[in-house]
Every structure is written in structure tokens, then in C-alpha cells.
Design a protein around this ligand. Structure first.
Ligand code: PMP
Length: 358
């Protein structure tokens, strides 16, 4: 089976096997990792290793805190404005798709002036992000928020925007998929269920000077300063998700780090886009410069064949290819855990399906 789910998404098989083997007796403790105190020295040591591993993988500078937070990606949509802007602040939000829009909706609850930058445009039927010179950024923004990889729309901004205000990025569907210069960001956050581990957990990487700016009404569990001081254990963390994330970090390291992930992700996505581009049976409507490597949406020219496509794909072990309910069509999500063979199996199936149905 190859699982193309957008999230919760496939996890590396060796990680799942290891977790299975130690489920009843973790680390020679005689109990599962879910059955012991998060304050136990053995558990705390595991969390420290997990943090160090993600710091190594992403080359996170020392002046950044790493938090393991509750509430997934959307939890951070409300945590960000409350933690790093005042209630009367102006904040800039790039709007590149569905997840940007949800983030904007939340920000409007907590900050007075949300400047929405409609940066999408369409040329020759291809959606693309306008060049930065055409964005109307505010002069006094507390931060600039963007989503470098729109999971539903399959739109990516590959170059880091150059802005003077702290840059905040929702990296839920792209984190750890390629090398990144963390020092260009004020805050990076990501729901875990794509490239990190189980859903519900969120990773937050924040420049330490931004820990001093929170609104005093922010819920304590979502307070970055409190969570940084408490090593993300202000309340009981999701101990299982944190442990599993730590195992995924170890796996990425063993596979050769984010450089190896980047080269694998490029090869997989190029194979699939090439198949779509070379066919009059399938289509993708995003300009190549803004195509996502993680989430590849594509449509069948004849949508009446959609259900047959999905049915036959599933019968061949190619799962979860249905596009998001907001956009329809198909979507293949290929995060780090998807092997090259999965992309190859999908492309072989698509080529055959097109031939049989033309
Ligand atoms: N941001 C992005 C880019 C996402 O893809 C998702 C989930 N697919 C979210 C935020 C929301 O994450 P969660 O469901 O964990 O709140």
C-alpha cells in the first residue's frame, strides 16, 4: 500500500515497527511510554534528545526556543497573534490559499488591523504568486505571516520573503522536507501530522526576543513564554506524540537529514508533474515556479472518470488520492515517508489508466 493522505499522513515504516516493538515496554521501564509521568527523568531525557535532534536537523540557532505545543496547526493560528502582537497591532498576512484564509480569520479575533495581501494571480490559466515587489506590505506590521506550502491548493512559495518585520511561517506541510535558513524567521510552526508524527502536536520554533510580547489574556497553555520556561510541560504534554516525533527525527537523521529528504522529494514530485504535463488526460493549473513538492493536485480532463480512477487506484494499493472537498479532483501528498517507489507506482498507474480510458 502507498498512502497519499494529506494528513494525518504516512509515517516511516521502520518507525512504526520500532514503536510497535516497544509499545508494552518502553526503554526497559516495564510500561508503555504512554503510562509514565512526563516528569520522569527517563521521559525528560527523551524529550531533550528529540529537541536536540530537531535542532540538529534544522540547524536551529541558539537564540531560538523550540516548543512542543498542543492544538495542531490551527491552535497556532490563534496563538501567534496573541503571543507576538498587541491587540491594537497591524499584522500582514499573505493570502495564498485555504490555510492562509483560516489563519487570517483567527488573527482578526486578536489584532485590530489584519492587512490581507491578495498575492495570487492567474496567467494563461496558471495560478501563481505575484513577485514580492507587488505586495503591499504595511510599514509598521508586528509580523508578516505566510504559508510556504498550501496543502490543499498545492501552491508553494519557494523563496523566503525578504521583510523587515518578523516573518512567521505556517510550515505544517513542508517542515523538515528541505534545508531551511531558520535565522530568517521570527516564528516557524507546524502541525505534526505530515512530516513529524501524530496529529494534535505542533512544533513551534521562535526567536527568543519574541517571547516577551504576548497579550496578557492569552490562554496559559498557548503562552509561548510560559511553555518555553516550562520546557513545553506547563501541563501534561501529549507524551506519545512527542515520543513518536522523536523517533521520526532519528529516522530522518539516519536517512541523511533534510538534504536527503529534499533530494527524494524533488525526484518524486518531478516524476509526477512530468506525467501530468506530458499528458492531455491530466492537468495541473499551477505555474511551475509555485508548484508544491509535497502536495500535487491534479485533475482528470474528464471528471466523470474520477470515481473509477479512485476505485482502481485503491484496488492497486494507491490510497487517499481524492482531492480536498473544497477543490475536488485528485491530490497526491508525498511527504518524507513516501518512498520513490510510491511515486513511481502512482505514475505507472496514471499512465495505464489514461491509455485505457482515452
Ligand atoms: N496549516 C496547514 C498548512 C495545514 O495543512 C493544516 C492541516 N492540514 C493546518 C494548518 C491545520 O492543522 P490542524 O488540523 O493540526 O489544526
Amino acid at each position: 500500500m502507498y498512502n497519499f493522505s494529506a494528513g494525518p499522513a504516512m509515517l516511516p515504516a521502520p518507525v512504526l515497527k520500532k514503536v510497535q516493538s516497544e509499545l508494552l515496554n518502553w526503554n526497559n521501564q516495564g510500561v508503555s511510554v504512554m503510562e509514565m509521568s512526563h516528569r520522569d527523568a527517563v521521559y525528560v531525557q527523551m524529550t531533550e534528545t528529540a529537541e536536540q535532534d530537531v535542532r540538529d536537523l534544522m540547524a536551529i540557532p541558539d537564540n531560538y526556543a523550540v516548543l512542543f505545543m498542543h492544538g495542531g496547526g490551527r491552535g497556532q493560528f490563534s496563538a501567534v497573534p496573541q503571543n507576538i502582537a498587541s491587540a491594537d497591532a497591524t499584522v500582514d498576512y499573505l493570502n495564498t490559499g485555504i490555510w492562509s484564509e483560516f489563519a487570517i480569520r483567527e488573527a482578526k479575533k486578536y489584532t485590530a488591523h489584519v492587512n490581507v495581501l491578495d498575492v495570487m494571480t492567474e496567467q494563461d490559466g496558471l495560478k501563481q504568486v505575484r513577485e514580492q515587489a507587488a505586495w503591499s506590505l504595511s510599514e509598521n506590521a508586528a509580523y508578516v505571516h505566510y504559508c510556504p506550502n498550501e496543502t490543499v491548493d498545492g501552491i508553494a512559495i519557494h523563496d523566503i520573503p525578504k521583510v523587515s518585520a518578523p516573518l512567521v511561517a505556517d510550515m505544517s506541510s513542508v517542515i523538515l522536507s528541505e534545508p531551511l535558513d531558520v535565522s530568517k524567521f521570527g516564528v516557524i510552526y507546524a502541525g505534526a501530522q505530515k512530516n513529524i508524527g501524530p496529529s494534535g502536536l505542533a512544533l513551534v520554533i521562535i526567536r527568543k526576543d519574541l517571547l516577551e510580547t504576548q497579550q496578557n489574556t492569552v490562554c496559559t497553555v498557548m503562552n509561548y513564554k510560559v511553555q518555553a520556561a516550562e520546557h513545553s510541560m506547563y501541563n501534561t504534554p501529549n507524551t506519545f506524540a512527542w515520543y513518536l516525533a522523536g523517533e521520526v527525527f532519528k529516522w530522518i537523521k539516519a536517512e541523511g537529514g533534510v538534504e536527503a529528504m529534499a533530494s527524494l522529494n524533488t525526484r518524486k514530485s518531478e516524476l509526477l508533474y512530468e506525467c501530468v504535463d506530458n499528458s492531455s488526460f491530466y492537468r495541473n493549473t499551477i505555474h511551475p515556479k509555485n508548484r508544491s513538492k509535497m502536495n500535487v493536485p491534479f485533475q482528470l480532463e474528464n471528471p466523470e472518470l474520477d470515481s473509477l480512477f479512485l476505485q482502481q487506484a485503491k484496488a492497486e494499493g494507491l490510497l487517499a488520492l481524492k482531492g480536498h472537498r473544497f477543490v475536488g479532483g485528485m491530490r497526491a501528498s508525498m511527504y518524507n515517508a513516501m518512498p520513490y517507489e510510491g511515486a513511481k507506482a502512482l505514475v505507472d498507474f496514471m499512465t495505464r489508466f489514461a491509455k485505457e480510458n482515452t
